[in-house]
Design a binder for this molecule. Structure first.
Ligand SMILES: Nc1ncnc2c1ncn2[C@@H]1O[C@H](COP(=O)(O)OP(=O)(O)O)[C@@H](O)[C@H]1O
Ligand SMILES: [Mg+2]
Length: 240
């Protein structure tokens, strides 16, 4: 039904983001194409969240251009974003997914069936009738993934989705992310957990002070970083 509209490649062309006198992102040119997950890595305040918001189209650059499948200012039909803390509707888990399906244009008579399938995909089949806000942090994040998948995205943007989760819940989220990647969805995910980078990343984009300092295959970045900042960051030094 939407086969002719694509949000890939996602291209940033000379993109900068300025708020008042502060430069948050400076002169980014990059392209996101189908492939293994891209992990955005960098110290706090380096611009990861701002970059993901631009990639989603939630914010406009103050200079340069963002385009999706060659189009600018396009409606986000084939992309979705997940934040560190999901905001759930005050309804059941199933109703949250059904609402996302309605937003994505799924016909009413297909929503219940598709919602059930999505809940199963994220391991929440038994919790469909629970109030979403009563779910644990990890369950809510998996529900947020189900809502994002309801959009049938080509690109899934994730902003530190496991930052407030314990290891078991983190694993649950990572498994869904990997499954989504294997099904062909392009994952772009901010993380400051180097173990997570090792587990998930095909490639790494390393940000420092609003600039893209390094972009490399994950193994190369982790084992042979090419900048002093990345070397320091990987060593656990403070990089400001
Ligand atoms: N709306 C805003 N107004 C002013 N400064 C902002 C705004 N959003 C982000 N910043 C600043 O931009 C920098 C990058 O922030 P952010 O994108 O959240 O980085 P990260 O996600 O890597 O921690 C930070 O210094 C932050 O304080
Ligand atoms: Mg952030």
């Amino acid at each position: 039904m939407r086969a002719t509209v694509s949000d890939l490649p996602l291209v940033l062309d000379g993109v900068s983001l300025q708020v008042g006198a502060t430069t948050i992102l400076a002169g980014l040119s990059l392209s996101i194409t189908p492939g293994a997950p891209t992990l955005i890595v960098g110290p706090n305040g380096s611009g990861k969240t701002s970059l993901l918001r631009l990639m989603m189209g939630l914010a406009a650059p103050t200079a340069g251009r963002v385009s999706w499948g060659g189009r600018t200012g396009s409606k986000p039909v084939r992309r979705a974003i997940l934040f560190q803390r999901p905001v759930m509707l005050r309804r059941t888990a199933a109703a949250n997914v059904a609402y996302a399906l309605s937003q994505a244009g799924t016909p009413r008579n297909e929503r219940a069936g598709r919602a059930a399938a999505l809940l199963e995909r994220v391991g929440l089949s038994d919790l469909g009738q629970r109030p979403a806000r009563k779910l644990s942090g990890g369950e809510q994040q998996r529900l947020a993934l189900a809502r994002a998948l309801a959009r049938d995205p080509e690109i899934l943007l994730l902003d530190e989705p496991t930052a407030s989760l314990d290891p078991a819940a983190t694993r649950g989220v990572e498994e869904i992310v990997l499954m989504a990647a294997q099904s062909g969805i392009k994952i772009v995910m901010a993380s400051h957990d180097l173990g997570q980078v090792r587990r998930l990343a095909g490639e790494v984009m390393f940000m420092v002070r609003g600039s893209l300092r390094e972009r490399a295959a994950a193994a190369d970045f982790l084992d042979r970083p090419s900048t002093p900042e990345a070397t320091a960051f990987l060593r656990g030094d403070l990089v400001i």
